[in-house]
Design a protein around this ligand. Structure first.
Ligand SMILES: Nc1nc2c(c(=O)[nH]1)N[C@H]1C(S)=C(S)[C@@H](COP(=O)(O)O)O[C@H]1N2
Ligand SMILES: [Mo]
Length: 188
């Protein structure tokens, strides 16, 4: 591997060229016509359907992604809508909990979810997002370990305090910054 690529690997990570699928449960058969995304909690309640999502200005995101099981994939390309366009938190909101079809959840501080650092992604390498990778739409939060990038996301719940999601309640770190190697609860 080139020195340039090696520098892009956070500590403890190796490069894979595959795109592994990591899911706790089965891939839901979500169709675009049935899809919607709700924003609830400490925000103006909002629900977007598929056409409303596609009508919002999209961005192309080039990112390296890092799974806590030690694989990293460099130079992935996504299309999506920044969370900033979807979430208007009321004063006091500090976190969000992403809820997915199938029951998976993960939490994010709003400082990680807003400011152009997180997206609802619906295409990968220019193609509609495959169901196994979260299609029709998933969260993409590439600066944190990839378990934060919730597949089949259907609701963003704004909160006034931290609340653990699925992996955070099972011993994984609340934030999960790969460059600080924040894998498990108790890591700095
Ligand atoms: N709904 C849901 N989202 C999820 C998961 C999951 O099990 N269910 N796994 C997470 C984990 S641990 C990782 S590494 C990535 C894997 O995404 P991929 O299958 O597209 O590689 O999805 C994340 N999002
Ligand atoms: Mo993961």
């Amino acid at each position: 591997m080139s020195a340039e690529r090696a520098r892009r690997l956070p500590p403890g990570q190796y490069e894979t060229r595959d795109f592994p699928v990591l899911s706790v449960g089965p891939t839901p058969r979500g169709a675009e016509r049935d899809w919607s995304l709700a924003v609830t909690g400490a925000a103006e309640p909002r629900r977007l359907d598929w056409d409303a999502l596609l009508a919002l200005p999209s961005e192309t995101i080039a990112a390296d992604i890092h799974c806590v099981t030690h694989w990293s994939k460099l130079d992935t390309t996504w299309t999506g809508v920044p969370l900033d366009a979807l979430v208007e938190p009321l004063p006091g909101a500090t976190h969000l909990l992403a809820h997915c079809e199938g029951g998976y959840t993960t939490n994010l501080a709003l400082s990680d979810a807003l400011g152009g650092r997180a997206w609802i992604a619906y295409a990968y390498e220019g193609e509609p997002l495959a169901p196994a990778h979260g299609g029709p739409a998933r969260l993409l939060v590439p600066h944190l370990y990839f378990w934060k990038s919730a597949k089949w996301v259907r609701r963003l719940e704004l909160l006034r305090a931290h609340a653990p999601g699925y992996w955070e309640a099972n011993g994984y770190h609340d934030r999960g910054d790969p460059w600080r190697e924040q894998r498990y609860q108790g890591d700095a």
